[in-house]
Design a protein around this ligand. Sequence first.
Ligand code: AQP
Length: 341
Amino acid sequence: MSENPASPTTPSKPRVLSGIQPSGILHLGNYLGAISNWVADQAHYENFFMIADYHALTSVSDGAELRKNRREIVAMLLACGIDPQQSVLFYQSQLPEHTELGWIMTCLSPLGWLERMTQYKDKSAKYAQEGISTGLLTYPALQAADILLYQAQGVPVGEDQRQHVELTRDLAQRFNHLFGETFTIPQVFIRKEGAKVMSLTEPVRKMSKSDKESDGRIELLDSADVIRRKIRRAQTDSLREICFSDDPERAGVNNLLELYKILTHKEPATITAEFEGKGYGELKDAVADVVVAVVNPIREEYHRLLTDRAHIEQVMAGGKERAQAVARKTLGKVKKRIGMV
Ligand code: AQP
């Protein structure tokens, strides 16, 4: 273990923890807002990346589906470039420490703090008719436990998770105040670029894997033809002017331009000049080309990795061991503080 750069005993690099739910096929928003940053910064941090399967229970209620999603998401993260030598990859449900600390954090969370969470409000409105689970309300308390167990200094996420990390900070401070210094207070790490990729069909809302309608998102398993079709149908406007704008009426064109900017690393002025006098069809073709160039190799690598079950199991068994060494230590300390040892 000692030569492993991601070993929990390596003290020199700041530690980060982030997670992703195995609740469906990952989309370009997950990739640009979170995964591509995890990969790019892998060498600079001691990384813990969690498959948040307990969180997925708030939206998935089919055992066979969850089992399949769990394995697929690992293959996907590896295909995107997560290196198990540099990063500890593990399933949340493999470690009972998460649910134990999750309960403690739930008891520490004033109801009003949880009810204020935007994601809870949005999702409870979205699923009002089907009924929502209490887990959707208490989810951020479990998420706080996920982060605090690893004493993470940073949490690299997309913009939609900012509020949950802020809540985690508040809960850590509350615990430290009530029971004595125990938790590291984590910082939220959000890159400006790609932090909120918007839906192609409803560009005032974020691209989301739980939307029933899949045309709004580019899935990382979409073929080149499907990607081109979805982008060709993306909502634009009647102004016929290609420029960056924060006007909600122009959110569709702006989203396409933002995607083009992130994926080509070009300056906004260069992009505006490039499309001067051109139509939305040409913009969409150009965006589709750069998206296909990113997604195609990921999809191909994913299909190769998915057939290697033994490798996936080995990665996850190693990850569990390395994650548990850290989680156990923190939970032991917490239990002493709260009077349970
Ligand atoms: N549209 C997005 N743009 C940028 N980043 C995004 N993320 C999610 N959507 C976007 C980031 O992806 C990471 C993993 O997300 P998650 O699995 O925790 O799910 P989520 O945040 O609830 O968003 P999803 O994937 O779209 O799922 P649903 O539909 O269930 O809401 C996080 O870092 C998130 O910020």
